[in-house]
Design a protein around this ligand. Structure first.
Ligand SMILES: Cc1ncc(COP(=O)(O)O)c(C=O)c1O
Length: 366
């Protein structure tokens, strides 16, 4: 078989998604048992107690296929956000929803506008469906440059992805900047607002994507249970989208794309807003601790509205390795002069600062 001819040409430039190092790998490399895994923007805490109880109840029913349309979860989301069930998407992570939306709308040659650096899945799905990448660099403060993104929109633009707050920089664009962008965005463009870190945000100027969502509009809002709800391992994301798009996604998704344990855990998690607030407050406290630790060490960082911090360094590869040696796993992006440092427990924060302190002692400055 000539595989170069068999496999679609567009896929030639793709490489499999590379997840962060696993704890066992770092245990071996560092010789330490106490690993801080701060590389995948996960929650350091387990699922909510109500979610654990719901999952346990579900286990005895695993001989059955799940409810195919995630209806109970959609009904709960519908009541909570006052959006009809027909306009709600539920997927195996918001990751799956990003792909399905792209698959539903992109034709070869369409242009897709997104900021860079931002979430790796935007370029992946753009390539996957033969579309054209229009990458707009973040501005000097590592924030979406919405004016430049608007200027990059053409007659051929099919999709714009906005990641707010942005992964990997943790920055957000303001309501004022978004209003200016949104009122000028041409009608033919589908706007996907990826709000995976929505629940961590405390900035008053943050524009909640749902307030721009309308039934007949061209806005999709995506959120996830993987982050503050601490269910990354189950894979559940959701979103709000005009009914024709939800219908198209329903036609191309797998028949049972979200497993029954995941559906039950996600629905149960929605009942515990107090836990969400507690976890947001804890995240804020650890973030403040990290900021002051970085300041003390003379390390530059970018203010974050998420559960990770973008830390500047001229020696990203060396510092990444030095942190690993201390059992602290962060995320590096090759030679990009920064590291993405996840926010974990109080113990993780203490270990993070100690590890950076050791790196500064070793390299002089980083
Ligand atoms: C910006 C952004 N969007 C979407 C996702 C996907 O989340 P999930 O597929 O776990 O819902 C992530 C995960 O890290 C993310 O950072």
């Amino acid at each position: 078989m000539d595989w170069d001819r068999m496999i679609r040409e567009e896929l030639g430039t793709l490489v499999p998604y590379a997840p962060g190092l696993r704890e066992e790998q770092v245990r071996e490399r560092s010789g330490r048992d106490d690993i801080c895994k701060l590389s995948s923007n996960e929650s350091p805490f387990g699922p909510f107690p109500a979610a654990i109880a719901a999952m346990e109840r579900e286990l005895a029913e695993l001989n059955r296929y799940p409810e195919g349309a995630s209806l109970a979860l959609k009904e709960k989301l519908s009541a909570r956000h006052d959006v009809p069930v027909e306009q709600i998407l539920v997927g195996s992570g918001s990751n799956e929803l990003l792909r399905l939306i792209a698959q539903a709308v992109l034709r070869p040659g369409d242009e897709v506008v997104y900021a860079w650096p931002s979430f790796i899945v935007y370029p992946m799905v753009t390539t996957m469906f033969g579309a054209v990448h229009v990458k707009v660099p973040l501005d000097a403060s590592a924030t979406h440059d919405l004016d430049a993104m608007l200027a990059a929109v053409t007659d051929k633009t099919r999709l714009v992805f906005l990641c707010n707050p942005n992964n990997p920089t943790g920055t957000y664009y303001t309501r004022e900047a978004f209003d200016r962008f949104f009122t000028r965005l041409p009608e033919h463009v589908l706007l996907v607002l990826d709000e995976a870190y929505f629940e961590f945000v405390t900035a008053p100027e943050y524009p909640d994507g749902l307030t721009y969502y309308e039934a007949g509009g061209r806005v999709v809002v995506l959120r996830t249970f993987s982050k503050i709800y601490s269910l990354a391992g189950l894979r559940v994301g959701y979103g709000f989208a005009p009914a024709p798009l939800v219908h198209a996604v329903d036609c191309i998704r797998e028949p049972f794309n979200v497993n029954s344990v995941a559906q039950a855990a996600a629905a149960a998690s929605l009942d515990d807003d107090a836990e969400v607030s507690r976890r947001r407050a804890e995240n804020q406290e650890q973030k403040t601790y990290l900021y002051s630790g970085f300041d003390r060490l003379g390390i530059s960082w970018v203010p974050s509205e998420t559960n990770f911090v973008w830390v500047k360094t001229e020696k990203p590869v060396e510092v990444f390795e030095a942190l690993l040696g201390q059992g602290v796993i962060v995320r590096g992006f090759g030679n990009v002069p920064a590291l993405r440092v996840g926010i974990g427990t109080a113990e993780d924060s203490k270990r993070t600062i100690e590890a950076f302190e050791a790196a500064v002692a070793r390299f002089g400055s980083i």
